[in-house]
Design a protein around this ligand. Structure first.
Ligand code: FRU
Length: 557
């Protein structure tokens, strides 16, 4: 989102808004430290199997890592004092399974009144390469951008360490660890490579992904640049340089450079692309002169891969788009804005036309899959269910079409509100290119000139087609052909969508068969609600250690 002068202006405006907010509705309010912010997760716009912040505004996932004890840590760009971007902290939540999240106290705070904590990553340091962890194996180091806007605009890279497993952090005394004198130098993502640390970080407006190496996370040496590649948009943001397993080939992997660009996406605003290649610990070399979009819709941005997931690659997207994120209706209605996309397992698979590409599949959904609501198999036919009594208002649809030797016909799904008549619909046309589409333009709760209604892609298939649809109040994700294509779309109805119909037909062969199964999803938030319906979150263990002594924040009462 950051761009030189207009964004500085936006941030100053947002800082001003905070001050103004506090002068009218809070006097000496502080952003809470050492305790999570409570939130109401009951509103009809709140996703129930996705993460969203308790209150305030969220954007990029940050610091994603898995502890050796199996806990998944999600930090995120967080404005705890308003429902628009600005006043960036690192919010924090933890999960045993990537679905059920416990809100934790804010993990990183701006250190003074003229800077913010921007996007970054986190690593575990079991071998104490950093020297911060003489007597423990579960040390965590966060590597992030400090964005300063006074006295000069500057973005530098800093580190902070956690001795309590990632709950509280102490900024390093000698920050910043990397200062290139640039006002657009941000979003460091760090991984371990054989015997050293590797950081990829963007010089956003010069379209450079810079690679640095370090023995200790404190001193960094420039190794190479990957530059002016692929779709530039107007800025590169949030690069990831990660190893992706090859599906079905135990122990085999390839490297991926994954980049987010904003603005300048073909569909408008924010998007991400990746290219596959080789990495020797210092230089990334793409295999071919190509890029791919990991998501064909408009609401998957700033993805980050988790650190410390041996044998698998798992990412989380921010499920929004800078074009309209500050305007969506959850802010005024429910006092929070933005969700994370579902955690996705990424692996290299073969596409019939494109060859090796990175497929996205939902991370194991068994913790949230509940009852079967319907299942059927037919040639031409349909299935209609009323799921108004499913508390979560969230469902999983799995569709399988077999014997598609003749490409003709279609499969559609439609979610409808019987109260307002609004509906969300999508499907596939088996026409050779096999156009896959989605239409959110008949949903009435949000109108915005850039909130594109109709979206589509195409997919070469053999004789079978598979699609999974994860529907969750205001978020819909699709996974096609075992993840060869994926999409993430937000939608904001005036009333909950509670009727689902799936229709198939017009096939060119009499033995083409459609199987459909619909299951409800459990609410991950409801079990955490107190009697007043409020989710209070968890508490960091050992809150006395590792505290950030300097904080600057103002916020909700
Ligand atoms: C991407 C981004 C990052 C930046 C952060 C600020 O969405 O603009 O480049 O670090 O958001 O919140």
């Amino acid at each position: 989102m950051w761009a030189t002068s207009p964004a500085i202006a936006a941030f100053m405006l947002s800082a001003y808004t905070v001050a103004e907010f506090c002068s009218t509705t809070c006097t000496s309010a502080e952003v809470p430290t050492g305790t999570p912010i409570a939130g109401d997760y009951d509103g009809y716009l709140r996703p129930q199997v996705h993460f969203s912040p308790p209150r305030g505004f969220m954007n990029d996932p940050n610091g994603l890592h898995r502890s050796d004890d199996g806990t998944w840590h999600l930090y995120y760009q967080y404005n705890p004092t308003d429902t628009v971007a600005g006043n960036q902290h690192w919010g924090h939540a933890t999960s045993p399974d990537l679905y059920s999240w416990t809100n934790q106290p804010i993990a990183l705070y701006p250190v003074n009144a003229s800077s913010f904590i921007f996007t970054g990553s986190a690593v575990t340091d079991p071998n104490n390469t950093s020297g911060f962890f003489p007597d423990q194996q579960d040390g965590v180091v966060a590597i992030y951008t400090i964005a300063t806007y006074e006295p000069i605009e500057l973005q530098t890279q800093a580190i902070a360490y956690s001795r309590d497993g990632g709950y509280t952090f102490t900024p390093y005394d000698n920050n910043p660890v990397l200062d290139a004198g640039s006002s657009n130098f941000r979003d460091p993502k760090v991984v371990w490579y054989e015997d050293h640390w590797v950081m990829v970080v963007a010089f956003s407006q010069e379209f450079v992904m810079a690679i640095y190496t370090s023995p200790d996370l404190k001193s960094w040496t420039h190794a190479s640049n990957f530059t002016q590649y692929g779709l530039l948009g107007l800025q590169y943001e949030c690069p990831n340089l990660v190893e992706i397993p090859i599906d079905g080939e135990e122990g085999q992997s390839t490297w991926m450079m994954f980049v987010s660009i904003n603005p300048g996406a073909p569909l408008g605003g924010s998007t991400s692309w990746y290219t596959l290649g080789d990495f020797d610990g210092y230089t990334f070399t793409p295999h071919a002169n190509d890029i791919h979009f990991p998501d064909w819709s408009k609401d998957a941005y700033a993805a980050q891969f988790f650190y410390n997931t041996p044998g698998e690659a798992v990412l989380v997207n921010w499920a929004s788009n800078w074009q309209y994120t500050n305007a969506v209706p959850t802010g005024p209605k429910e006092e929070w804005r933005s969700s994370m996309g579902q955690a996705r397992r990424i692996s290299i698979k073969q596409d019939p036309r494109l060859g090796a590409i990175a497929a996205s599949e939902p991370y194991d959904m068994s913790p949230v899959v509940d009852e079967e609501l319907a299942s059927d198999t037919f040639g031409n036919g349909s299935l209609v269910i009323d799921f108004a009594d499913v508390y979560s208002n969230a469902v999983l649809i799995e569709m399988n079409v077999t014997n598609l030797e003749v490409l003709a016909g279609s499969v559609n799904y439609t979610f409808l509100s019987p109260i307002s008549g609004e509906y969300l619909t999508g499907g596939v046309l088996f026409n050779g290119n096999n156009d896959i589409w989605q239409d959110r333009s008949h949903i009435k709760g949000f109108e915005h000139p850039l909130f594109t209604g109709k979206l589509s892609t195409a997919q070469i298939i053999d004789d079978t087609f598979t699609m999974q649809v994860v529907f969750d109040r205001t978020l819909i994700e699709t996974y096609i052909q075992d993840g060869l294509q994926a999409s993430t779309s937000t939608f904001f109805p005036e009333e909950p969508l509670t009727i689902l119909s799936v229709k198939a037909g017009g096939y060119g062969a009499s033995n083409t068969t459609t199987s459909v199964r619909v299951r409800s999803l459990k609410s991950v938030w409801r079990p955490q609600e107190d009697d007043a319906g409020i989710v209070s979150g968890g508490y960091a263990k050992n809150m006395t250690s590792g505290h950030n002594s300097q904080r600057y924040s103002a916020g909700w009462q």
